[in-house]
Design a protein around this ligand. Structure first.
Ligand code: C2E
Ligand code: MG
Ligand code: MG
Length: 471
């Protein structure tokens, strides 16, 4: 190359080279940033609940394991909160899923506002949340759980017109144990939550009583299939008395479980287990058959074919396809006219009835079987829903009857229920009449029929009253 020819400017080529290098670096840098972002997103979505941004199950499990290890090393206590919303399904069904989501996000915000940054707050799925609180004693943990319950209760989502819900919170304390499995710790908090929900109490601390309770429950669950196959379930009948004539107009069939020692286990103990284990359908079918047969026997003996029998249906039964058909068959097989059979369903079951339950109710009534609303006054009926769900009888819960003789507010409730029944043209039965004063009061307030200890408790059909025993 001759010096006269202008060669490529070394500076210029250097600049070009640098420029090229810089562009490559930029590209690489942004590619790396993009890769990091993707990795971060992936990590987040694998540990974060997308709806609320709280920890998901995976992160909760990892953090719980860490916390338990740290607690063992530094001798600190750990509290575990298990939170479940009451009536969430109802809100979801009534106002739609967007409203449900808004409420869930509201609960997440309430939890964030109440807890420290070092606590792990997570959502297990559905309407269930969990909080891990380290370095806290029992009194503070209970106070904190109470504050959470208050915060949840004060949430007023716009999409429900301000209707929110309450939380049931189970609290488990580690109490220095180093051998506790994280899964068992969670189970303790869950058991306490379930107990809180059952009791209608906001917060419940786990203690060993609950553990023995669940041991008993486990035994029940194991024995229940035998109760059905070995015919250990017996049906007793409580007379229902007309309040004008004082004649026995029929019975409520109430189930008992005969134990090997001859004692009778009451339904409040084993029906929940039957519901949880899915055996309630078999129990209900058996009871329907026995109740129908018993009533036909009584009708023959007393030459009274007008008498009715009422059986109880739990929400889980009503929710199963074919329930109405099985009950109808039970009456048919016993030779009982369907209009002498009443199915008692709880208010909550009606309020939460899905499509299957509504089909069952309609099918029952289409063959003439009547529907009673049991324990009325204790649930959350909306008058609107009552009208669209046809029923024939209202049974006033005995909690209103208990003090009717001396509490004017309970009298007012019964007066209102009777008025409502008049509008719907249905009959009112007062439950749990124990005294003459209560009998006088419910008669005066316009109830049509009653049952209770004052007349008779439930007994085997051979031992129950005749039609005119209370006249
Ligand atoms: P329930 O349907 O409200 O039945 C009335 C309960 O009140 C019965 O309790 C009855 O024995 C009790 N009782 C009646 N008169 C009096 C009284 O004067 N004073 C008091 N303190 N109590 C009175 P029981 O037999 O223990 O049944 C409890 C609940 O178990 C029933 O409440 C019903 O919901 C459920 N249950 C009973 N049998 C069955 C069944 O076959 N299937 C289902 N799904 N549930 C059942
Ligand atoms: Mg009942
Ligand atoms: Mg009742």
């Amino acid at each position: 190359m001759s010096p006269s020819e202008p060669g490529p400017d070394p500076d210029a080529s250097l600049v070009a080279e640098i420029e090229q290098l810089r562009r490559r670096l930029d590209r690489e840098r942004s590619a790396r940033r993009e890769a990091e972002r993707i990795a971060e997103d992936a990590t987040r979505s694998s540990i974060e609940d997308p709806l609320t941004g709280l920890a998901n199950r995976t992160l909760l499990a990892a953090n719980l394991e860490n916390e338990l290890a740290r607690a063992a090393r530094y001798d600190r206590d750990v509290a575990l909160f298990y939170l479940d919303l009451d009536r969430f399904k109802l809100i979801n069904d009534t106002y739609g899923h967007d409203a449900g989501d808004e409420l869930l996000r509201g609960v997440a915000d309430a939890l964030r506002a109440t807890m420290r940054a070092s606590d792990t707050i997570g959502r297990l799925g559905g309407d269930e949340f969990m909080v891990i609180v380290s370095d806290i004693g029992e009194p503070d943990a209970l106070r904190l759980a109470g504050r959470i319950a208050d915060a949840v209760e004060s949430i007023t989502p716009e999409s429900t017109g301000g209707i929110g819900c309450r939380a049931s919170i189970g609290v488990a304390m580690l109490r220095g144990r180093t051998d506790l499995d994280p899964a068992d710790f969670v189970r303790q908090a869950d058991t306490a939550m379930y107990a809180a929900k059952q009791a209608g109490a906001g917060v419940r601390l786990f203690d060993d009583d609950l553990l023995t309770e669940s041991d008993e429950k486990r035994d029940l669950r194991r024995a229940l299939p035998h109760a059905i196959s070995d015919d250990e379930l017996v049906v007793h009948h409580q007379p229902i008395v007309d309040l004008t004539s004082h004649r026995v107009i029929g019975f409520e069939a109430l189930t008992r479980w005969r134990q090997p020692d001859g004692s009778l286990l009451m339904p409040d103990i084993f029906i929940p287990t039957a519901e949880e284990s899915g055996l309630i359908g078999d129990v209900g079918e058996l009871v329907a058959r026995k109740a129908a047969r018993d009533l036909v026997a009584w009708q023959r003996r007393h030459h009274d074919t007008d008498a009715i029998v009422a059986i109880n249906a739990s929400p889980r039964e009503l929710d199963r396809p074919g329930y109405a058909h099985r009950v109808t068959l039970a009456a048919e097989e016993a030779g009982l006219h369907p209009d002498k059979l009443i199915v008692e369903v709880t208010e909550t079951a009606i309020m939460e009835a899905g499509q299957v339950a509504e089909d069952n109710l309609r099918a029952l009534r289409s063959v003439g079987i009547r529907v009673a609303l049991d324990d009325f006054g204790t649930g959350f009926s909306s008058i609107n829903r009552l009208r669209s769900n046809a029923f024939d009888v209202l049974k006033i819960d005995r909690s209103f009857v208990a003090n009717v003789a001396d509490r004017s507010d309970d009298r007012a409730v019964i007066t209102a229920i009777v008025a409502l029944a008049d509008i719907f043209d249905v009959k009112v039965v007062a439950e749990g009449i124990e005294t003459e004063a209560q009998l006088d009061a419910v008669t005066e307030l316009g109830c049509h029929a009653a049952q209770g200890r004052l007349f008779a408790m439930a007994a085997p059909i051979d031992e129950v009253a005749g039609p005119l025993d209370f006249v």
